[in-house]
Design a protein around this ligand. Sequence first.
Ligand SMILES: NC(=O)c1ccc[n+]([C@@H]2O[C@H](COP(=O)([O-])OP(=O)(O)OC[C@H]3O[C@@H](n4cnc5c(N)ncnc54)[C@H](OP(=O)(O)O)[C@@H]3O)[C@@H](O)[C@H]2O)c1
Length: 290
Amino acid sequence: MAGNAEVTFQWTDGGRVPTIGFIGAGNMAKAIGSRIFKSGILGKQAIMVSAPSDRNLGYWQKLGVLTTNDNLQVINHSEIVFIAVKPQYFDDMIRDLKNAGTKLTANKCFVSFMVGKTIRIVKQKLAEITSDVSLLEVIKVMPNTPAMSGAGCTVICHEGKKGEQFENVSNMMKLTGICEEIPESLMNACGALSGSGPAYLYMVIEALADGGVKQGIPRALAYRLAAQTMVGAGKMVLDSGLHPGVLKDEVCSPGGTTITAVHQLEKSGVRAAFIDAIQAAVERSNQLGS
Ligand SMILES: NC(=O)c1ccc[n+]([C@@H]2O[C@H](COP(=O)([O-])OP(=O)(O)OC[C@H]3O[C@@H](n4cnc5c(N)ncnc54)[C@H](OP(=O)(O)O)[C@@H]3O)[C@@H](O)[C@H]2O)c1
C-alpha cells in the first residue's frame, strides 16, 4: 500500500507544469496538497492555498507555498483549483466571489472534493462566476486522509467528454496512493466506503486494542499490533487477489481460537453494522448534495 511518489510524473500539454490552488486549507487539502508538494513536481510558487482564517494557513506557510485569505487570488493564480471546503460552505464561497464581481474569462479546471455535490451542481454554481460555461472543466474526486501517508484511496470522475486537465489531476492523485476512475453514479457509494472508511477502521483499531488491553497488553503495543494487523490484512487482499473469505478461512483452524472469535463477531452483527453504516453515509451524502 505504498504511495506512488517515486513514479515518474507525466504532465499532459507537452510537459508544461500547471499552477494549482486549494480553496480550503484543512484536513483534506493538507493530505493531498502536502503529498503533491513533497513529491517535488511543482515549485513552491506554483501552489496557492486560501482559507477565511489563518487557523490552517500556518501549516502551508511552513511548507513555503503561497497563502491568502482571498479565494479569488487562488482562482486567478491557478489553472487547476481544488475545492476543499465542506459542502455546506460551497454556496457561501460562490456568493462571496459573486459579490466581489468575479467573472472568469479564461479556461479553468475545478476539482471538487465535496461529498454529495454532483458535477452538475458544482458546474451550475461556478457558471454564476464565469463569463462562458464552456471555459469550465469540472472534475470530482473522492480522496481519503491516508493520502497524507501515500496510502490514499481516491476515486475520480468527469462529466461528458474528458477535459484537458483530467489526466494531470488523475496523475497528481496517484502521487497520494491509488486513483480509480468511476462513473459519477457510484461517487456517493465510494465516498461512503473509502472516503469515510478510515474513520470506521480507526474505530476497529481502537476496539481491537481495547480487547488486547483488557487481556493485559500494554496500550501502545496494542495499537501498534492492531494497526499493523489492519495494514497486513489489506495488503494480503491486494497482493494475493484472493477473496477475503478465503484468506479469513486460512486463519481459522477447525475448533480453534479464531473461528471461536469469528462466531462472536457474527453474533454481534458486525457485517450488518458495516453495511448499514455505508448505507447511512450514502443517505447523508444525498442530503448534503441537494
Ligand atoms: N476529511 C475527509 O476524510 C474527507 C474525505 C473525503 C472528502 N472530503 C471532503 O473534503 C472537503 C474538505 O474536508 P476537510 O475534512 O478537509 O474539512 P476541514 O478540515 O474542516 O477544512 C475545511 C477548510 O475550508 C475552509 N473554509 C471554510 N469556508 C470557506 C470559504 N468560504 N472559502 C474558503 N475556505 C473555506 C476552512 O477554513 P479555516 O481554515 O479558516 O477553518 C478550512 O480550511 C469536504 O468537502 C469534504 O466533504 C473529506
